[in-house]
Ligand binder design. Structure first.
Ligand code: DX5
Ligand code: ZN
Length: 216
């Protein structure tokens, strides 16, 4: 029922293919790909070339989290590279509905993301159009940050918004997820858990995934 989406941000990039396979074997449900541009967030990570490179390595859905300004310019290249889900931040696009439609037209599942300080009301009018809502539980930019507990009531708010639609829409959380925080976010209504450092900083990734699932 609850899905685990390891974030490759904390993987060893010198052997990324093996790192992706390792979490797939360990029971991951999605591979979470953090794309940062150094403008929307204060860090630069990877582009569509990396999605293209890991696409043939895994059968798991590639869950691409765009933390970039002007996402519409880059969405087609991520779709072409083989993304299964592409999520855009409310705070990063002035025409949210257009970005979501663009993702869907390219045959990819659209997701929408909100930062910890952004209210749930900002996604109310696009909820019917997305397949996934991602709530940031840290301020985006880096792996290994501490979970922000004040996001918990927002998770419940999103879950009830999703339930009102009667559709199957994932409620995903991202940032500071570990066996301690996982239980709280699932109780609040999340069903997809992104975890970077809690999985990749562990020597045994299967064990790390089991620890998160076992805590629920
Ligand atoms: C943060 C990224 C996260 C990050 C999570 O900006 O969106 O996906 O990798 O890392 P942890 O699980 O270490 O907080
Ligand atoms: Zn992320």
């Amino acid at each position: 029922m609850v899905k685990i989406a390891p974030s490759i941000l904390s993987a060893d990039f010198s052997k990324l293919g093996e790192e992706v396979l390792d979490v797939e074997k360990g029971g991951a449900d999605y591979i979470h790909v953090d794309v940062m541009d150094g403008h929307f967030v204060p860090n630069i990570t990877i582009g569509s070339l990396v999605v293209d490179a890991i696409r043939p390595v895994t059968k798991l859905p590639l869950d691409v989290h765009l933390m970039i300004e002007n996402p519409d310019q880059y969405i087609p290249s991520f779709a072409k590279a083989g993304a299964d889900i592409i999520s855009v931040h409310v705070e990063a696009t002035p025409h949210l509905h257009r970005s979501i439609q663009l993702i869907r037209e390219l045959g990819v599942k659209p997701g929408v993301v909100i930062n910890p300080a952004t209210p749930v009301s900002t996604i109310q009018h696009v909820i019917e159009d997305v397949e996934l809502v991602l709530l940031m539980t840290v301020n985006p930019g880096f792996g290994g940050q501490a979970f922000i507990p004040s996001v918990l009531p927002k998770i419940t708010e999103v879950r009830s918004l999703v339930n009102q639609t009667g559709k199957t829409i994932d409620v995903e959380v991202d940032g500071g997820i570990n066996p301690d925080t996982a239980k709280q976010v699932v109780e609040a209504g999340a069903n997809v858990l992104v975890a970077g450092s809690a999985i990749y900083n562990s020597r045994n990734r299967q064990n790390a995934i089991d620890m998160i699932k076992g805590s629920l």
